[in-house]
Design a protein. Structure first.
Lengths: 393, 432
């Protein structure tokens, strides 16, 4: 039967359906037709490989996998199938290299279908056995070189954990605007921001003002206000939810005078902070409140030209904050700056409310000229669209 | 409403019959069966939906709307129910009802593809270009690739893609004009990163990350071509061009010691090399290979070796230093690929460069100029080509990433030795 060029994707889907029905023979025929038409993509070759595996034709399966990996070297399914095959052949080390490459390059679990999630979990387990031995040898070797992890710095330790598959690589994923060539740093070194000394030194005064604000139970608003114009499923549970509340001193570039006059010492503590200033958008400065048992789900921010600073004010036990592969426990009076375009989340498992002071600063790598152009860019976008800008933290 | 357990079983039986009836075109029978179901449970959602869809297909919009309205009044938990109502309202030209039904659907699931498509369509009919652009962009983000998409949604998603592109182009033109005076007032400043950010935002450039195949070093900036000022020794390298080239020409005359650049076994997961694997079209004369001096070759290039010894060559036993003359034959293309680790960068010193050669790293394509060198991050996708009918020759060597501290470099060296100790040296070229 002749096949038109547009049929290949539909045919591939029908091949997959045949596979799901358990009709490996029919699936193989379908995929082989696509291959014969010269229109096969990695998806079709992977489908062919699955069919051949069910039919116990391992030579044909390997050939199909080669094609799939030539087209998509990071195809998770193909890598795992190939690893399984090598393991069956008794080549444990080669299998491990494919399993670990699959684990390292796989998309986030949430984006994977259930069966692939299981395969990936299995791949992870297979990696772990070998990784344990590998790690022991490496640590021994590094020690014998007279080097200790303590001296080597956080970057190297992270590189080692990534190499060993204990940590994942997280990239900046801004929703709105990406500024290139910036280092991808989860938490910045505290020493990079000497002006945080003054903010930290004012912790008690800031907390005293917060305590006054908290006496008014209606002062805090839900952090995420409903806006059905935007598809942001990741924070569904938090929409209009008072478990995560905000009391703004600055909001989207506007000073809220009524709030600011209630917190003069907080405002003063921020006077030397390089707040990012973008008309109608930034800065925002706020007390962020997280009720007992609440969890802010993993999400990533809008633009990578700013960093977010937290000054923890009221921190019960069992609170934590994760940015990328780094989980930290907030300590009252100790500030940190992080890149909110890297996936992050927070939780409060205690039975008391957690409150931090949160503010936005310019990313230190941006020059004055670059900052002024970023401002001009967003003014231009607003001028073009005539819409009220939508930013949030 | 409480339904008797026997009623539930009866409904299920009637529903099964109604599905068979409607599938085989016995519409009157299906209608009768639906009526009987609704006598038992007047709010039976699936039956009301089937009834509404039947009226919709017949073109009886008022009836369809009445039924779909009842579905959302009695249930309303599924975005699809609201979208049925929205579509019917659209056909009845009741824009207000259409809009509010779409909003209800997207409040349940803000990523509902059909909901977004209907919203974009409504906004476009209302002439709200900018609002529609936001929704069209959302459609392109939440939609699966066209070839995996339900056929009936493909035209709408295609429209969203095209409209988004057009909007981006219009926005780009507007922004270029708006920012022009800002660029002029900052003339002389290095604004490359900002220009790139603008191009990425409006889709004129792609974002490229560092994607090391083996070893990722975190917190390093992914930079395609590095600024010369990071490498003060580049002047010395360029000054030695003639000496280096003369040594190479003697080697070329002798025609010994050249090997294919890519020599992977066929079954490792670096299939980006399938085409040039073991091919003489891209060949190498190695001076340092996998961390060791290739003595018989080095002896033929004493001045080049002296130069290399003065540079910050990385130290990863079994891997690097690496330095070689790279020969790209006429009409040969090195396909896009990414390197092994971002702890080292790669330097090119251009020696023999015919016309029609090029080199791309990420977004930036450059031409080699004889006697000029550059340093790039080979873990960012890059490719090279020689479209001329003459040979292209470049001296290639590794250097440490300049943003690594001495302590970090020594840890990386120790780490590599550790990997070797674990593997006993097997598969070295394939690791770290």
């Amino acid at each position: 039967m002749l096949m038109s060029a547009n049929d290949a994707p539909a045919l591939a889907m029908s091949g997959m359906e045949a596979l799901q029905r358990g009709d490996a023979r029919g699936a193989r025929d379908t995929f082989e037709r696509i291959v014969a038409s010269g229109r096969a993509d990695a998806f079709s070759y992977v489908g062919l490989a699955y069919s051949c595996r069910q039919l116990r034709d391992s030579a044909a399966m390997v050939a199909a996998l080669e094609k799939a990996l030539a087209l998509e070297p990071r195809n998770t399914r193909a890598l795992i199938l190939k690893a399984d095959h090598l393991a069956d052949q008794g080549d444990a080390r080669a299998a491990a290299s494919f399993y670990s490459f699959a684990v390292q390059t796989a998309p986030p679990t949430s984006q994977l279908p259930a069966d692939l999630r299981e395969d990936l979990a299995r791949a992870q387990a297979r990696c772990q056995g070998l990784a344990g031995q590998f790690e022991a040898v490496l640590h021994d070797q590094l020690r014998r070189r007279g080097l200790t992890e303590g001296r080597s710095g956080a970057r190297f330790r992270q590189s080692l954990d990534i190499l060993l598959g204990k940590k994942k690589i997280y990239f900046q994923q801004p929703h709105t605007y990406f500024f290139p060539e910036l280092p991808q740093i989860q938490f910045y070194e505290r020493e990079a921001f000497p002006w945080l000394d003054k903010v930290e030194a004012a912790t008690d005064a800031i907390r005293a003002e917060l305590v006054e604000v908290l006496k008014d139970p209606s002062a805090f608003q839900p952090y995420i206000q409903g806006d059905s114009r935007r598809p942001r499923k990741e924070q569904d549970d938090m929409q209009d939810n008072p478990d995560w509340g905000a009391y703004y001193l600055w909001k989207d570039g506007e000073l809220l005078r009524e709030h600011a006059v209630r917190c003069p010492r907080t405002m003063d503590a921020l006077s030397d902070v390089p707040l990012s200033r973008v008309k109608s958008r930034s800065p925002s400065v706020l007390f962020s409140l997280l009720r007992p048992g609440a969890r802010i789900p993993p999400h990533s921010g809008l633009v990578n030209t700013r960093l977010i600073c937290h000054l923890p004010l009221i921190v019960p036990p069992d609170c934590a904050f994760r940015v990328g592969n780094d989980i930290r426990v907030p300590v009252e009076g100790k500030a940190w700056a992080f890149d909110d375009t890297i996936e992050h989340e927070a939780w409060n498992r205690s039975n008391r409310t957690r409150v931090i002071l949160l503010f936005e600063i310019w990313r230190p790598e941006l020059s004055e000229e670059e900052r002024s152009l970023v401002c001009a860019l967003f003014e231009a976008i607003d001028a073009y669209s005539g819409q009220k800008p939508v930013w949030s933290i | 409403m409480q339904i008797h357990p026997g009623g539930i079983a009866e409904i299920e039986a009637l529903e099964a019959q109604s599905i068979r009836a409607i599938q085989s075109g016995r519409e009157d029978e299906a209608t009768r069966l639906w009526s009987r179901i609704l006598e038992i449970n007047p709010n039976h959602t699936r039956t009301l939906t089937a009834l509404g869809q039947y009226a919709f297909r017949k073109g009886d919009m008022p009836s369809a709307r009445t039924v779909f309205q009842r579905v959302v009044d009695t249930d309303g938990s599924d975005p699809q129910q609201w979208l049925h109502l929205a579509l019917t309202s659209r056909n009845l030209k009741d824009e207000q009802a259409e809009e509010s039904a779409i909003t209800r659907a997207l409040s349940i699931d803000p990523s509902d593809l059909l909901g977004l498509i209907l919203r974009a369509n409504l906004l476009e009919r209302q002439g709200k270009t900018h609002e529609a652009a936001n929704v069209n962009r959302a459609i392109t983000r939440v939609s699966p690739p066209l070839d995996r998409l339900r056929a009936d949604l493909r035209p709408a998603v295609t429209h969203a893609l095209e409209t988004s592109q057009k909007y981006s182009a219009d926005l780009a033109a507007f922004l270029d004009e708006y920012l022009d005076r800002h660029f002029k007032s900052l003339a002389g400043e290095n604004l490359k990163r900002f220009r790139d950010s603008l191009d990425i935002m409006v889709g004129r450039k792609k974002r490229y990350d560092s994607q090391p195949v083996i070893y990722h070093y975190p917190n390093l900036a992914p930079i395609e071509f590095f600024d010369r000022s990071e490498f003060p020794w580049l002047d010395e390298v360029e000054a030695a061009t003639d000496e280096v080239r003369n040594e190479f020409l003697e080697i070329l005359k002798a025609d010994e010691g050249f090997t294919p650049y890519v020599m992977y076994p066929p079954d490792v997961p670096h299939n980006q090399w399938a085409e040039l694997n073991h091919s003489p079209r891209w060949s190498a004369f190695h001076l340092y290979k996998l961390g060791k001096v290739v003595e018989e070759n080095a002896a033929k290039a004493p001045q080049t070796m002296k130069l290399l010894e003065r540079l910050p060559q990385p130290d990863q036993p079994g891997r690097t230093p690496a330095a070689l003359f790279s020969l790209l034959k006429p009409g040969t293309r090195i396909p896009p690929h990414t390197g092994v680790t971002n702890v080292r960068l790669v330097t090119h010193l251009a020696l023999i460069i015919p016309e029609d050669c090029g080199f791309r790293v990420g977004n930036e394509t450059r031409q080699w100029v004889p006697g000029k060198a550059w340093v790039f991050d080979d873990t960012i996708e890059h490719e090279a080509w020689n479209n001329s009918d003459r040979l292209r020759v470049v001296l290639i060597f590794d250097v440490w990433h300049p943003h690594l501290t001495p302590a970090e470099r020594s840890m990386i060296t120790a780490l590599t030795a550790g990997v070797n100790a674990f593997t006993g040296g097997a598969g070295e070229a394939d690791a770290l």
